[in-house]
Design a protein around this ligand. Structure first.
Ligand SMILES: [Fe+2]
Length: 255
């Protein structure tokens, strides 16, 4: 997960802030910076070992990105690239770290189920996007630390067309199209060859800190977002894509 400090001064201040709080920060080399298209970057782990990077001086491409498929482009700008959902052993520790060191603010919490079926999730924003990162622990499985990442488009039509395209290409759908209860995002999830999921969505709410009140929800979605069993189909796809690693990946599909 990478964060844009915005300026060299903010970058240096952020490293100092982490170090003075007892967090080990490893500054990257020139080759790594070139690879990432940034002037400089540094890496650190949160209390759950979730590796993150801070950088400044992101290179601009010579021309704006355009896609023949996503006609209306992607919603990025001040809201950043998108968001990720990360499974951790102690989500409260990651939440506290993001609030203390990364200027994160709570958007919402979702609490699902009871006992062995319990899952607790914290959604955190650093900008106008409803959440840039969310942490959870509990019953929902994930084959990787990253459960999914999301890209957002301003067009519901582009989401629907992507949904069609993904299925036509034989890529397994993890969760059907639906709408989230907290950020109102209309989206679907497909399964990447790496085993983690990708969410494609539109319509996520934007947060205004002057008026935002963090909420609590007992559901992830207000409609849709049905888990797509199709275990055999998923098994074939993953075993083809990941060869010997299919056993680990298959665990993630047993909701
Ligand atoms: Fe998401």
């Amino acid at each position: 997960c990478g964060w844009d400090a915005g300026s060299p001064e903010a970058y240096v201040a952020q490293i100092e802030r982490l170090r003075s709080g007892g967090v080990e920060v490893v500054e990257g080399d020139l080759a790594g910076a070139r690879e990432r298209g940034v002037k400089a970057y540094a890496a650190f782990d949160d209390p759950n070992g979730f590796r993150q990077e801070i950088a400044y001086g992101l290179e601009d491409a010579a021309t704006p990105f355009t896609s023949e498929f996503m006609k209306d482009g992607f919603s990025t700008g001040d809201g950043g690239f998108g968001h990720i959902l990360v499974k951790v052993a102690d989500y409260r520790a990651s939440e506290a770290f993001a609030l203390k060191f990364l200027d994160g603010k709570i958007s919402d919490h979702i609490y699902l189920g009871e006992g062995a079926g319990r899952t607790e999730m914290a959604f955190i924003h650093m900008n106008e996007r409803h959440h840039s990162v969310a942490f959870f622990e509990g019953a929902i499985p994930a084959s990787k630390k990253i459960h999914h990442f999301m890209v957002e488009t301003p067009s519901f039509e582009d989401v629907g067309r992507a949904y069609d395209r993904v299925q036509a290409a034989g890529i397994p759908i993890g969760v059907s199209i639906g709408q989230h209860s907290n950020d109102r995002e209309l989206s679907f999830y497909c399964i990447t060859p790496g085993g983690f999921w990708m969410e494609v969505g539109a319509g996520g709410v934007r947060v205004d800190d002057a008026t935002w009140l963090p909420g609590e929800y007992d559901s992830v979605s207000s409609w849709g977002h049905k888990f797509q069993g199709g275990l055999l189909r998923i098994f074939i796809f993953i075993s083809y894509s990941m060869r010997k690693r299919y056993c680990r990946a298959i665990v993630a599909f047993k909701f």
